[in-house]
Design a protein around this ligand. Structure first.
Ligand SMILES: [Zn+2]
Ligand SMILES: [Zn+2]
Length: 267
C-alpha cells in the first residue's frame, strides 16, 4: 500500500524517455520504449545469426557470413534477439550501469521465444546456461553481472512458457585477467584482447555437456568464441550462444547515447 501511495504522488518516469509509466512503481521502460526492443525478423547468417541486409546476394536461407565460412568461431551456433539499435542499446546500458536488475530479468525473458524457435537449442542435451563472466574486480565494482541477470530472465521466461528450464552456472567460467574495452577494436584486435582470457573453474562441470553461453551484446563474437574455446578444452560438447543484441556495421557499439558513464567491454 505504501508503495502505491508513493507512486500516486510520484508517478514513475520511464528511465529512457522520461514519460510517465502506466504501471505505478515500476522502474522499467514505458510501453513505447519497450516496443522499441523488437526481435530481428530479417535474414541472418545460419551460423552466428549476423543480420544480413535484405536483398544482399547471400541472403539465401543457408548462407554464412565470412567469419563462419572461414570457420573462425569456436562456438557452434549463435543467435541474438535484436539488432543493437538505439532502444536496445539504451536499455542494456541502463541494466549495466544503473543496475536495473528487474529490467534485466524482463530483457532476459525475451530470450525464451528465441530459444524455443531454434531446434538447435532444443536438441542440446541437458544444457547448462553459462553467463559470460566479468573480471572479479569489475564485478565487485558493478555489484552484479548483467549476463547472469539475463540468464536468470531466460530461465524465468522458459518456466512461464511451461518449458523445462536449464540450470544456470554463473561460476563455471572466470576471466583470468582484466581486458581492454572491446569497443572500437578491430576483429583481430578483439580476438587478441580476449585470447586465452577465460578458464573453466574447478566447480564448472562441463565435461561431456552441452553449453549455452549468455551475454548482453555480441559484436564480433571474439569474446563468445574465446569462452567457447575454454569450454571445449574442458570437455564441453556443443557450445551455443544467445545474446540480447547484435552489433552490426549499421548499429555499432562505439557510441553511448544517453548515459554519461564510459562504456566498457562490449564483447
Ligand atoms: Zn519510455
Ligand atoms: Zn556468421
Amino acid at each position: 500500500m505504501a508503495s502505491s501511495a508513493f507512486a500516486l504522488v510520484f508517478p514513475a518516469a520511464c528511465p529512457l524517455c522520461g514519460r510517465e509509466c502506466a504501471q505505478p512503481g515500476w522502474a522499467g521502460l514505458c510501453d513505447s520504449c519497450w516496443a522499441g526492443i523488437r526481435r530481428w525478423e530479417g535474414p541472418v547468417c545460419a551460423g552466428c545469426g549476423l543480420p544480413i541486409a535484405a536483398g544482399a546476394d547471400d541472403s539465401a536461407p543457408e548462407s554464412l557470413c565470412g567469419v563462419c565460412r572461414r570457420g573462425e568461431y569456436e562456438f557452434d551456433f549463435a543467435r541474438s534477439f535484436a539488432v543493437y539499435a538505439e532502444t536496445p542499446r539504451s536499455a542494456i546500458l541502463l541494466l549495466k550501469f544503473r543496475r536495473r536488475e528487474r529490467l534485466g530479468l524482463q530483457l532476459g525473458e525475451l530470450l525464451a521465444p528465441l530459444w524455443s524457435a531454434h531446434g538447435e537449442f532444443v536438441e542440446l542435451e541437458n544444457p547448462v546456461l553459462v553467463p559470460v563472466p566479468l573480471h572479479r574486480a569489475r564485478q565487485r565494482e558493478r555489484g552484479f553481472n548483467q549476463a547472469e541477470v539475463l540468464a536468470r530472465g531466460l530461465v524465468r521466461g522458459l518456466k512461464k512458457a511451461g518449458k523445462a528450464a536449464p540450470q544456470v552456472d554463473a561460476d563455471c567460467l572466470a576471466r583470468t585477467r582484466p581486458t581492454l574495452p572491446q569497443a572500437g577494436l578491430s576483429f583481430r584486435a578483439r580476438q587478441e584482447n580476449v585470447r586465452g582470457v577465460f578458464k573453466v573453474t574447478e566447480t564448472g562441470g562441463v565435461s561431456g555437456r552441452d553449453v549455452v553461453l549468455i551475454d548482453d551484446v555480441m559484436t564480433t563474437g571474439a569474446t563468445l568464441s574465446s569462452c567457447a574455446s575454454a569450454l571445449k578444452k574442458a570437455g564441453a560438447q556443443r557450445v551455443a550462444a544467445l545474446t540480447l543484441a547484435r552489433a552490426t556495421p549499421q548499429f555499432p557499439d562505439t557510441e553511448t547515447p544517453g548515459l554519461a558513464e564510459p562504456v566498457d567491454d562490449f564483447g
